[in-house]
Design a protein around this ligand. Structure first.
Ligand SMILES: O=P(O)(O)O[C@@H]1[C@@H](OP(=O)(O)O)[C@H](OP(=O)(O)O)[C@H](O)[C@H](OP(=O)(O)O)[C@H]1OP(=O)(O)O
Ligand SMILES: Nc1ncnc2c1ncn2[C@@H]1O[C@H](COP(=O)(O)OP(=O)(O)O)[C@@H](O)[C@H]1O
Ligand SMILES: [Mg+2]
Length: 424
């Protein structure tokens, strides 16, 4: 466990952005030294020189980290999250997932409902300095919270997909042999402690140490704020997970592997007023120069629908997406053709590529309007209003014709543990 006195870090970073202190292309304005390179990892070369005002996501609790791994997550000055595309086939597959779920002409009720449970997607993004390095531009699920308490929980009985190599399967099973029995794994969390005005954090090793006998107490740590157990947050979280479970029980077209639920609840004891803190960066308009520069570098890819399928512009197949992506992934981990590329399923036409027209989101301004509109809509009475539970991480999502039993099993077990916490 690590306890970091960082109650103001979020605000400092946010207000720096809000005040425009982080100059575009200005070296030395970003300090990512807190991340520190992990053994065997490579520090990203000079993010401060080409991030176009973006910074490593300060409140990331799991996954690949910018400046530590070769891919990672950034925050855009407009408050959105930028997830760097992983090497093929994972990154392109995740992009296709979002593109399909948010296709403008999507009329599939299953996908339309799914939009409620995943972050909003604003298309592909790249910095003017490295146009071939692609990012997914996503809603920051934590943006409405003053002191966001965040937990990433991987769901499913298997964290490798059906096309994974034997080596990958073994690697995954070794990481958490209990995955099959538990159906979920805590990847990371951070909790705001009201008594000490600090965040407590736990990384992936904490979750891997949890067994059947300790999982209830291990999970309940997320809901202890230093003064007591936040049963209101547990209860609201249960309601949200139940909705996601209902969606899974009603759909037979997608299977999710190594995908997570991101839990967020409000850690701040303050009550009243809009939840959106003034210090959050959303709402800031970048300089006109930045706007033009970035506008020109949003990846504008259009598509059309034929026989109910969204058809893509890049050679109409995954290979086109991979080709585009490879140009930006020369530094991809473990080379450009990992085992799961060789074992990848054929491009059966179900996964095609489209992103939104960037004209709708020049430099995030329309993004901001859209998010604010949605926030207005959410301010009505909502019993789970101070809690978000969203599905994230879609690098291993595949078409299917059956229920996703492994994910459903994980959700049910997670719900039963949450219920036990509630009845403590
Ligand atoms: O590259 P790494 O070392 O971050 O490994 C990732 C793992 O992170 P970890 O070793 O736990 O820090 C990561 O493990 P966790 O989910 O964090 O337990 C995944 O196994 C990831 O594979 P994929 O992207 O889901 O196919 C792994 O990605 P690949 O290495 O397989 O690309
Ligand atoms: N839309 C989002 N809003 C807020 N935080 C996010 C969002 N997407 C990812 N994160 C943060 O980044 C972490 C890793 O994201 P994920 O998509 O799982 O990346 P990876 O593929 O590297 O595992 C999450 O645990 C969470 O802390
Ligand atoms: Mg993840």
């Amino acid at each position: 466990m690590s306890t970091v006195k960082m109650s103001t870090q979020h605000e400092i970073m946010d207000s720096s952005l809000a005040l425009g202190k982080l100059e575009i292309n200005s070296p030395g304005t970003l300090d990512i030294s807190h991340s520190g390179p992990k053994k065997g990892k490579t520090v990203h070369d000079g993010p401060q020189t080409h991030l176009n005002g973006c910074v490593p996501l300060s409140h990331q609790v799991a996954g690949h980290k910018y400046g530590v791994d070769k891919v990672g997550i950034l925050q855009h000055p407009d408050g959105t999250v930028l997830k760097q595309l992983q090497p093929p086939p994972r990154g392109p597959r995740e992009m296709q997932f979002y593109s399909q779920v948010y296709a403008e002409d999507c009329s599939d009720p299953v996908l339309l409902e799914l939009q409620r449970y995943v972050p909003k997607y604003f298309g592909a993004w790249s910095s003017p300095d490295i146009p071939a390095e692609l990012y997914l531009k996503l809603e920051d699920v934590t943006r409405m919270f003053r002191k966001p308490c965040i937990m990433d929980v991987k769901i499913g009985q298997r964290s490798y997909d059906p096309f994974a190599s034997q080596e990958k399967r073994e690697q995954q099973i070794k990481k958490y042999p209990l995955m099959e029995e538990m159906g979920f794994l805590v990847l990371g969390m951070r909790i705001y402690k009201v008594n000490s005005d600090s965040y407590e954090t736990h990384d992936q090793h904490y979750g891997r140490g949890l067994v059947k006998e300790t999982i209830k107490d291990g999970l309940s740590k997320f809901f202890y704020n230093g003064n007591g157990l936040r049963k209101d947050a547990v209860s609201a979280g249960i309601q949200k997970v139940e909705k996601i479970l209902q969606w899974f029980e009603g759909q037979r077209q997608l299977h999710f592997y190594a995908s997570s639920l991101l839990f967020v609840y409000e850690g701040s004891p303050l009550e009243g007023g809009p939840k959106m803190a003034a210090s959050r960066p959303l709402g800031e308009t970048p300089t006109p120069k930045a706007r033009v520069a970035e506008f020109n570098n949003n990846i504008h890819v259009t598509g059309h629908v034929e026989n109910g399928l969204v058809l893509g512009p890049l050679g109409q197949s995954l290979s086109g997406v991979y080709a585009l992506h490879r140009r930006g992934c020369g530094r991809g981990r473990r080379g450009d053709a990992p085992d799961d590329v060789r074992n990848a399923p054929p491009d059966n036409g179900l996964w095609k590529f489209i992103t939104r027209n960037p004209l709708e989101q020049p430099n995030g301004n329309a993004v901001q309007a859209q998010l604010e509109e949605e926030d207005e809509g959410r301010r009505g009475p909502d019993p789970g209003g101070d809690v978000e539970v969203r599905m994230i991480d879609f690098a291993h999502v595949f078409p299917s014709q059956t229920q996703d039993e492994g994910y459903i099993y994980g959700l049910k077990n997670l719900l039963s543990v949450l219920q036990k916490i509630l009845s403590e």
